[in-house]
Design a protein around this ligand. Sequence first.
Ligand SMILES: CC(C)(COP(=O)(O)OP(=O)(O)OC[C@H]1O[C@@H](n2cnc3c(N)ncnc32)[C@H](O)[C@@H]1OP(=O)(O)O)[C@@H](O)C(=O)NCCC(=O)NCCS
Length: 184
Amino acid sequence: MKKTTWIETKRLILRDFAPGEWKFMHEYASDPEVVRYVPFGPNTVSQTKAYAKKVLATHRPKTRKDFPTAIFLKGENRIIGACRLNCLNSTQMDAGLGYVLNRRYWGYGYATEAAMALIHFGFSKLKLHRIWATCDTRNRASARVLEKAGMKREGLLRKNVFQKGAWRDSYLYAILESDPRSRH
Ligand SMILES: CC(C)(COP(=O)(O)OP(=O)(O)OC[C@H]1O[C@@H](n2cnc3c(N)ncnc32)[C@H](O)[C@@H]1OP(=O)(O)O)[C@@H](O)C(=O)NCCC(=O)NCCS
């Protein structure tokens, strides 16, 4: 499998983070509004730097299973967020999907464009069978992104994530390679 990730869409490039790009990560990871419905953050600089180091380490393995990628906006020549496809349970040929955007770039369809591109990458290049995602039940924007990307809500996970001092409920979404939308 190719070591470098490079996925191009109409407006975006999903590519590996480069050393020094933690500053773009920190823009969103330190914003309390952005991290409201996720277990991490708001990050300190040292937390973001430590996470960026882990992200760079995912590029190394010969057979890569984890694809945390920067979302690069062509029109502005800058990183506006991140998304991730994580196939750590590769015997099941499935992967988890996630995304986060700098708040300045919400509401333009970028997360949906990135999610659809990663889903296509997962099925066509990684030959996955199933791609799943979870989101906080209160995170309506994220649930909408998953629906627009063709994923189906499969259920409710009760109090499965400890987040900011309390257990939270999550929706589980998934798309199968055999679903008609997987080919879009
Ligand atoms: C979730 C997130 C990535 C969405 O990014 P985005 O680029 O704004 O998403 P899109 O523009 O592709 O789609 C958002 C959809 O949600 C809808 N939406 C946004 N806020 C909403 C709300 N409060 N209630 C209902 N729908 C909402 C939008 O109207 C849009 O749907 P539409 O196209 O049918 O109008 C972004 O809000 C974010 O980074 N949030 C913080 C991190 C996060 O929660 N990540 C997901 C973890 S599971």
